[in-house]
Design a protein around this ligand. Structure first.
Ligand SMILES: [Zn+2]
Length: 87
């Protein structure tokens, strides 16, 4: 029997489904400041499908960041997404 390749699986904080790590967007939130993961501290993942769903993503961000200011989170998130798409 051929060995099964096991990719690391991570959970999307918005839909709670598991995906391969490389199919996810990794973010972090420090003192309610949202950014792409820089390798330090806590991080969380969003799948590319949820990234397109602004309402869903904002709710998930509010949970992940423990921040109730949805508008602020949504603005920050849009900036990150714009950067991600440029690169
Ligand atoms: Zn998702």
């Amino acid at each position: 029997m051929a060995p099964k390749v096991n990719y690391p699986q991570r959970m999307c904080v918005a839909c709670r489904e598991r995906f391969e790590q490389k199919a996810l967007l990794r973010l972090q939130c420090k003192e309610q400041k949202l950014s792409s993961y820089n390798g330090i501290g806590r991080s969380f993942y969003l799948c590319l499908e949820c990234v397109e769903n602004e309402k869903k993503v904002t709710r998930a961000l509010a949970r992940a960041c423990k921040c109730g200011d949805m508008k602020y989170l949504s603005t920050q998130f849009k900036e990150i997404i714009t950067d991600v798409r440029k690169s």
